[in-house]
Design a protein around this ligand. Sequence first.
Ligand code: MOS
Length: 734
Amino acid sequence: MTAISRIDGRIKVTGAARYSADYPVGDLANGYLLLSTIGRGTIRALDTAAAQHSPGVLAVYTHANPLPLFGGAESGVGYNWLPLQDDQVRHHGQIVGLVVAETFEQARDAAALVRVDYAAVPPRASLRDGIPGATLPDDVNGEPALLDLLADGVASIDEALGASDVLVTGTFTQPIEYHSAMEPHAAIAVWRDGYLTLYSGAQAPQLAAGTIAATIGVDPSRVHLLSPHVGGGFGNKILTWGHPLLAAVAAKALGRPVRIVLTREQTFGVTGHRSAMSQTVSLGAGRAGHLVAIKHDAYAGMSGGGDGFLYEAAPHTTSRYFYASPNIHLGQRLVTLDVPPQTPMRAPGQEAGSFALETAMDELAVRLGLDPVELRLRNYATTYPGRGVPWSGKHLDECYRVGAEAFGWSRRAPVPRAVVEGDWLVGTGMATAAYPASRYRTTGKVRLQPDGTAAVSTATSDLGTGMWTVLAMVGADALGIPVDRVRPALGDSALPGNPGAFASAGTASSAPAVQAAARSATRALLELAVTHERSPFHGMSQDQVRYERGDVVGPGRRIPFGTLLGVVNLAGIDATETTALGPERERFAFTSFGAHFCEVAVNRWTGESRVRRVTTVIDAGAIVNEKTARSQIIGGVIFGIGQALFESADLEPDTGRIANANLADYVLPVSTDVPPIDVRFLSHPDTVFNPLGARGIGELGTVGIAAAIGNAVHHATGRRVRDLPITLDKLIDA
Ligand code: MOS
């Protein structure tokens, strides 16, 4: 296909696109969440009298007069508890009250008047301190938490490591990271005649609507969630947080629409993060650089008293299949922490896992005196380790070659600290990217309309990814009509069934359903053409007519579908189809691949690292829209620059308070931190995976980039930093 600009671009840059908090709703009351100021303990007493008498206040809700929420919806709620239902404080920044007033400012000011008396106990806030008490999860992605894939006759991974010629070992750590989407979380709840309309940004509109219905105790048919535009999700708008739940029940209780907008600071407590991680990777290899053993163990921070859900399955999502090795050990352990909830965050598992594995691979290359690209080619996996099945498509070797050529990798100095430019030490580094391609059961609908347009719909979401545009393009391609004749619809829980946009599966899931629905619609159109008595094709046989580029074509005639619908006086032809991955999932592994190359300069005096340029080559099958796909990869790389150099939620150990819960102190890459990023796509359509041949790209771009940057820092300085982010203090004397 081609590269077109976002069809929703104009309404976004002109401010016409509405986000959750923007909907003009009459008689709106505003809620403000009151959050805990201790890290763990119980609420002994609450004094809400002053708040209740504060100007404009309509109600103050706490656990002492709770709004009714019900358990049983845990799969879609981001916490393993429900807000305001008990006196327990599980983390700093937990919801302990809701003040509803006429205006946001009145609610906020009244919330400041609520006095809460806590019985505090010290929170468990440090991953490192909790490691001795770590536990094992029951399973990790359906596999054992401790998984050994060992060659015949090998008793243990340590035996294999011990027998290898060369051994590298490193422990890699990273702090809690936050998605920091541009649009903070918000919800507006409006009840009418027992039906709830919710405006709340959601990656999965139907999952959110179903979760909210179950949690507030109403039939799912009575909850309608609208989320046409989402200002960034990155995983943090998959699960349901407290604000839409409390807005829904407060609106019902007060008989007025209620809006709750989180402040930026509140997003750090009320919504999710990526778990803090500690990983140890050992690689054993022969002298020629062939891996003999990979041992990868990880500890992930777990909130909610420890029985939250593990998302950061780093070893199982990277060392499981990145390279061929006769012996692989994966270990995953959990550390109970009293911190805000963890949740999926862009490339959960792979983001952290690739930092550890791909840094260790660089250390091995250095130890062997082997080029890092060559080391990866020598350990290239052609079948999925331990499963013996091939990939549906894998051109990672081409990514390495194309990337190395485009980047100028062959000019790289063979040893670290070889390039000095004034005050700057300059190095280059590379790493592998891989992310599984997923496809979920999805329903798409196509409606051919008398004005010659086609409506294409499915209940997916556009988080800024370009889904509006891709949906229109896929519909246009399937129907053979121009994109501007397609009217896409998404971001609405009432649309045909869709799991939502996550796991980089949005396009791969939705496109086949739309294609199938388009085929059904054109079949129904041809059927109508020969059977309707007012149709000019009436009485012809099916094989005398065909559909071609929006027209019905028969002997001597070509009639656009809109015209035909007008002639027969029909308002439209609808077709709905559901598609899913078939038995091919047993015979193939599905993964998107890539390779990153980057150049980093480290200031000799300040330790400041600047990424100077990045080349990223992507093997993700067919690319539907090269323009929005390119933006996705650039966004992923920038996400990785944040992981590598800047991002860290800093918890005060005594209170569990996030000391930098704002965008001044939680440092994100800004424009001046982002160098030219050269993105190249290989074009190998993967039609085993779906008819379009398109695998996912949303998360792939962020996998491996932190390691590539860290490897470049090592090449520049000779200093290996295994603790993210790579801040100035870690390089000040380099
Ligand atoms: Mo992604 S972390 O599945 O939005």
